[in-house]
Design a binder for this molecule. Sequence first.
Ligand SMILES: [Zn+2]
Length: 338
Amino acid sequence: MRRFLSYALVLCILGIPSASHALPAANSQPWRGLHVLMTSQNKTQQLTKVVGELAKLRINVIVAEINYGYEFRSHPELRAKNPSKKTQIKKLLSECRKHNVRLIPQFQCLGHQSWRQHNFPLLVKYPQFDENLAQYEKNQKIYCRSWCPLHPEVNRIVFDLMDELIDAFGADAIHVGMDEVFLIGQDGCPRCRGKDKAGLFAKAVNDYHKHLVKKHKLEMLMWGDRLIDAAKINYGKWEASANGTAGAIDMIPKDIIICDWHYEIRDKYESIPLFLKKGFRVWPAGWKKLEATKALVEYSRNLNNRKMLGHLNTTWGAVPIKDLTKFEPLLYATICFW
Ligand SMILES: [Zn+2]
């Protein structure tokens, strides 16, 4: 541990102006976050083992993306392979609370309902929810499948799953994902065909907000890329929306926390001040490139805005869970900046 701390401190000395340490957070600790894919019980157990070490690195929020990797009782047919048991989640939660780490579950909504040739459980068991039913055999020529935001039955089932996760995680917040939704308002969908894609995307966001924030009184987080207009900010069609959803930014509640992800080095990350100006709280997210993380963190801090929450380190499998405490961007962002 000491070796890593020393390394991180050297990075600080080399890379950061001392004045940057003075930025305040809004009435609380900065959010020094880590995002982890936790889609099997093995990963849950591995994460539980390192919570204490992560807390020593000043991590105080973990976003655990679990999706279908939980032993759901309301819909056992939607359990992914090797799902986490409730007792295992409770053990992780206990460890997080012991070390003052906030644990936020993530359930990926709308998009990312498949990976390569494999559809995820919702669309396997309920293919009628697919936005592109009977199209794109073996998922060729598409990135990921989406569920249809207008299917009258989909939210009832998704909310059952969310409710179980809220209970298991003792959650006071939930991350709904919603990044990289390319398939929305498709001509092949009899409900969505011809409808405004921003309106469709906003409807989905508002449906989840109504359930999570208004009903359950939780905080809601989501990725920001579909709310950024790729024609106005030159991020490309992944990091920003080139498929008509960006107008949703003005159709959704401003108490949602926007996780604005950027993994490449840039001089400016113009979407961050955009979201702040709209009234959102923003939690910028980096990944594995140390120089890009440096640029993103420094840019965020220099905006000196009270709605800037801190920094979220994603991992996306680039580092094994057991080695998270050695992940250079994480060390840099947590120890040096926030
Ligand atoms: Zn549809």
